[in-house]
Design a protein around this ligand. Structure first.
Ligand code: IPE
Ligand code: MG
Length: 222
């Protein structure tokens, strides 16, 4: 979800206003995804690198996150959407962590869609933590190094149990992965749009899905 800052800047508004507007796109895209039966939707909300931003912006983003979790936890549950936060959640303020836990618990049973919220997420740190977990299992004698395979690595990541993404939508025209799900996206179809995230809505989401439906996926075969 990129381009909030540029959206605000072009209107001579503070960056946080771009994030506030971006929150509306979040709502629109979750509704649209649920409506067409998407089973997993992952939103890259805050990266490990984003901690380097000015303290005021980080604070504003955390406050916005709290507000959204409070406002929508019940509605997610009512719409059979399970929330799952992925990332270095221990980095988050305790208040935010507690709110995430509440929202996750409110939405556990009978989910039709899983909404994964990547928070303080970094793909490399996810792999490092996963490798450490596997190493501990090897040391404990539970796992043979030769038995480490794609399934065991996938199972050691934050996204354990979730399928690899089919489609990756990147807004604001950037053509880079930015440390997002590097292990999981090797055969993911990319959709890059110049639209800034606050301008990205329901119809834009459907346009991306239509484009995806026209792609021919061969996974390295013929
Ligand atoms: C949103 O867009 C990304 C978040 C960290 C929430 P940006 O804040 O990166 O917007 P630009 O790239 O400055 O336009
Ligand atoms: Mg950006």
């Amino acid at each position: 979800m990129d381009g909030n800052g540029r959206w605000a800047q072009s209107r001579h508004l503070p960056r946080i206003e771009g994030h506030r507007q971006g929150a509306k796109s979040v709502e629109a895209v979750i509704r649209a995804a649920r409506e067409i039966g998407v089973e997993y939707l992952t939103l890259y909300a805050f990266s490990v690198e984003n901690w380097q931003r000015p303290a005021l912006e980080v604070k504003g983003l955390m406050a916005l996150l709290m507000e959204m979790l409070k406002r929508y936890a019940q509605e997610l549950a009512d719409n059979h959407i399970a929330l799952k936060a992925i990332g270095r959640l221990d980095d988050l303020p305790a208040k935010v962590r507690a709110q995430i836990r509440l929202a996750e618990q409110a939405s556990v049973s009978g989910a039709k869609m899983t909404l994964m919220l990547a928070l303080s997420y970094g793909g490399r740190v996810e792999l490092i933590e996963g490798v450490r977990a596997l190493a501990r299992r090897v040391r404990a004698g539970e796992l043979e190094p030769a038995d480490i395979d794609e399934a065991s690595v996938s199972g050691a990541l934050y996204t354990a149990g979730a399928p690899d993404p089919d489609l990756l939508i990147r807004t604001s025209g950037e053509m880079r992965l930015s440390n997002f799900l590097p292990w999981q996206t090797i055969y993911t179809e990319w959709y890059v749009t110049p639209t800034l995230w606050p301008d990205f809505g329901r119809e834009d989401f459907f346009a991306a899905v239509s484009e995806y439906n026209r792609r021919e996926r061969r996974f390295g075969g013929v």
